[in-house]
Structures are given as C-alpha cells and as structure tokens.
Design a protein around this ligand. Structure first.
Ligand code: HEC
Length: 443
C-alpha cells in the first residue's frame, strides 16, 4: 500500500506500519518506509508521519536512502531522521557515520552533511557530543573529523552548490570551536548569500565558547535588519553572553530601539536577576520613574483613541505584529490568549493590556525561563508537560519539547510574554487602528 497511487492511502499505510512490530518483517517495513521517503519526500505531511512511524528504525531508514543509486532524496528528511537516531542511545553511530562519509565520496555532499549534522544535533539534545563520547570507536571519530574537514572546505567554497554549503555550515555548529570559528565568522558578512549568513549565525550561536558574544557583536554594525534579529537571539541564547550585550548598549554601539519589543522582552526574561536590573534600565524596563512614564504614555494614546480607527489598516498591523502570539478571526498562533471575545472589553482595558502588559497579566500565560544542561536558555509559555518532558511555545507558535533530564532549571518569571514597550513599534494611530479591528462589531 505504500506504493498506492493515492497519497491518502500511502499516508494511512505509513501510519499503520509504525505500529507493526514483527522481527521477521522489519527489513520489509523499513524498505517500504524508505520507498515512501524517496517518492513523497516533498509532501511535508507525509514526511512528518513517516518520521513518527520510524520508531527505532531511523538508522536502517537512513542507510536505505543513502544506499540507493543516486536518486533525489530530501536532505531535510534525512536530517530529521538522523536527529531522531542521534537522540536514541541504541543507535550505531559508527555505521551511520561511515555511511555519511561514503555518500560524501559519492559526491552526495548535502546528504552526507545533513546526516552528520542531524546526528550531532540529536546527540547534543542529550547533552552529548561526538568528541567527548567515551564509547565512540576510533574509526567513527575519524569519520566525523573527515566530515568536519570537508564541511569547512565546502562552506567556504563560493562555487559549491548553495544547498551543499548550507548543509556544511550546519555541521560546523557541532565542530570543535577552533575549527569552526574562522569559517563561520567569515560568513557573517552582508556580501554573503543571506540564507548562508543566517545559517552561519545560528551555527555560531550554538557554540558555548566565550568568544561567541564578541563575534556576534562585531557583526552588528554591518548587519541588515534580518540578521540583527538573529544576532540578538544568539546573544540571548546563553546567559553569560548578556553582560557583553549590556556593555554594547551602555557604550551606545547598539541602540535599544534597534531591538524590537518581543526581543526586548525575551532578553529580560532570559537574563539572570542581577543582569536583568541593568538590562531593564538600558532597554527601558520597570523602575518607579518608569511607572509614571507609562501613565503619561497611556494618556497620549487615550487621546488618539477618541478618533475612529481604520480597520483594514488595523487588520494588516495585527497580522504582522500580533498574530505571532494571538488568534483572532481565524488567523494567528495560540501563544497568548485567543482574542475572539476581546470586543467585550472596554477600550481602556485593551489599551492597558497593550501598553502595560505586566499590570494586566492574564493567568496561565506567565512566561517561563528554562536553562538547559548545555547552558542554553529558552523562554516561552508552558504549552504542556508530561513526566519526561515539558513543551515550550514561543512567539510564532513554534513548540520545543525539552526532555526533563536535559533541563538544569525552570522558573516562572511572573512576567508577561506580551512584549512591553510595544509603543516603540506602534504609534498612537497604529493602536487606534488595531483597536478598531479587534472591536469590530462592538461599540
Ligand atoms: C510575544 C507574544 C505576544 C505578542 C507579539 C503580542 N501579544 Fe498580546 N499577549 C501575549 C500574552 C502571553 C498575553 C497574556 C499574558 C499577559 O497579559 O500576561 C497577551 C495579552 C494580550 C491582551 C489581553 C487579553 C485578555 O484576555 O485580557 C490583549 C488585548 C493583547 N495581548 C493584544 C495584543 C495585540 C493587539 C498585539 C499586537 C499589537 C499583541 N497582543 C502582541 C503575548 C503576545
């Protein structure tokens, strides 16, 4: 049935195979799943069903796809399967690495890198890495070093296919720092293809080295807005990087207004209590003077609200600024409360929620900050939890499942994830327009 012409039937077949556990049929099941992986890789919904049906067969699946005569295979599918394999302690890392190296030699470079980066990412989830694993056999360690060396060359090779370079950069996120930093730092250059630059930035931010903060800050003056957002995310990813950001703000090298409201809030949430106070001062946080200033600000916006807002402009503003966290009128993500019934609230109440979110906090939406064993920091609302894991939901609706054993500490911040300081991004007129949109039908 995995070869049925009807995609819906193939999907059902994939899901059913996930439940079959018969030692005798294992080889056939894996082969059937691999066939779907080859034929349907472009279909995102089938790909995700496929990944969840692998359940321990990841390595054999990858092996089967890589072993094929050169045929197009989706590197993303391989990357995801490898990530699952890397997180599974039972995986035979050595044989998967050997496979990657031989695909590399067979000039399927992006596939080799996709598997290598996936394995390393999966291992990293459990706080492990290929260099320090006690039971990695020598030949596996050698294969990994070869892939890293190849990734360095490919990442810098301006004539190499873009896909190969992107995948190579992803490998360097897990390479020894000394080998990765020159190449990754060199790609933080506005003349480089934007996707490649962003990938390099993400890879840099994954390294724990104390030099990362300086490299990220050094890229700031010539970074484009798309890159600046990720630079800030990279700085916020580890607490020990925040003092360097604090210094840059203090020296005026970075202007607080260059950091959007959502990211300002994220930084404040991620900061340790000592850094938070200083950062709050520089980014405009919650001191007593600040409270008085908020009150004056509310007044200024209240005046504008008397005027009739423009609903269609409000709708567009909502889609770009609010939909990452709120559902309304059939769009948006459920990170904050659904705003369907918001029209029942008065203009004043809505205005306070918008401009002074920490005064009007809604229960159940307090932001949490989680520090991982690896030293990385994650913030978001707690979407769900089980015995083994918690799931954080971030702006944009992205969810991340964090195994409890990978967590060093969890703390509710008592602060709202609703960005404070929205007024720097929204003029009084913008607010009047969004209000008109949210209160359509109300009066
Ligand atoms: C980064 C996520 C995020 C963004 C972006 C965001 N919000 Fe929120 N918002 C929240 C959260 C979380 C809450 C509830 C928690 C709280 O207030 O403590 C909230 C609360 C609210 C409330 C109060 C809801 C209630 O039931 O009382 C309103 C109104 C609101 N937001 C409107 C907006 C508008 C309008 C925008 C865009 C200009 C926006 N928000 C952007 C996360 C966000």
């Amino acid at each position: 049935m995995t070869a049925d012409p009807d995609a819906a039937v193939r999907l059902e077949a994939v899901l059913a195979l996930g439940d079959v556990r018969t030692a005798k049929l294992e080889a056939e099941i894996t082969a059937a799943l691999a066939r779907v992986g080859r034929e349907d890789a472009g279909e995102r919904w089938i790909a995700s069903a496929l990944l969840s049906s692998l359940r321990g067969r990841e390595a054999a699946f990858i092996d089967s796809l890589l072993g094929e005569k050169p045929r197009p295979v989706d590197p993303e599918l391989l990357h995801e399967a490898a990530r699952l394999a890397g997180a599974d302690p039972g995986t035979d890392l050595a044989s998967l690495l050997r496979r990657s190296v031989s695909s590399f030699d067979g000039s399927r470079r992006s596939l080799a890198f996709a598997v290598a980066a996936g394995l390393a990412a999966g291992l990293a989830r459990g706080g492990k890495n290929l260099r320090e694993m006690p039971n990695v056999p020598d030949d596996a360690a050698r294969d990994w070093r070869r892939l890293v060396a190849a990734a360095r060359t490919t990442a810098e090779e301006s004539m190499a296919p873009r896909q190969d370079r992107l995948r190579a950069v992803a490998v360097l996120a897990f390479a020894p720092w000394e080998e990765a930093k020159g190449v990754l730092g060199g790609l933080l250059d506005p003349r480089v293809d934007l996707d490649l630059e962003l990938e390099a930035l993400k890879a840099l931010a994954k390294h724990a080295s104390a030099e990362v903060a300086a490299l990220l800050l050094g890229a700031w003056p010539h970074a484009t807005p798309a890159v600046r957002g990720l630079l800030i995310d990279g700085l916020g990813e580890r607490r020990e990087r925040l003092p360097a950001l604090l210094e840059a703000l203090r020296r005026g090298e970075i202007d607080a207004s260059d950091i959007d409201a959502t990211r300002r809030t994220m930084l404040l949430l991620a900061a340790s209590p000592e850094t938070r106070r200083d950062l709050e001062g520089l980014l405009g946080g919650g001191t007593p003077e600040r409270a008085a200033e908020r009150e004056r600000l509310l007044d200024r916006y209240r005046r504008e609200l008397a005027a009739e807002g423009d609903r269609s402009r409000g709708a567009a503003l909502f889609a770009s600024r609010c939909a990452p966290c709120h559902r309304f009128s059939g769009q948006g993500h459920a990170v904050g409360p659904d705003l369907a019934g918001i029209g029942k609230k008065s203009r004043e109440e809505i205005l306070v929620s918008l401009l002074d979110p920490n005064r009007a906090a809604v229960p159940g939406y307090s932001a949490y900050v989680i520090v991982l064993e690896t030293g990385e920091v994650r913030t978001g609302i707690l979407a769900s939890e089980t015995g083994q894991a918690v799931t954080l939901r971030q702006a944009g609706g992205a969810e991340e499942r964090l195994a409890r054993r990978s967590i060093q500490s969890i703390a509710a911040t008592g602060k709202s994830l609703m960005p404070e300081g929205l007024e720097r991004d929204l003029t009084p007129r913008d607010v009047a327009d969004v209000m008109a949109y949210l209160r359509q039908g109300a009066n």
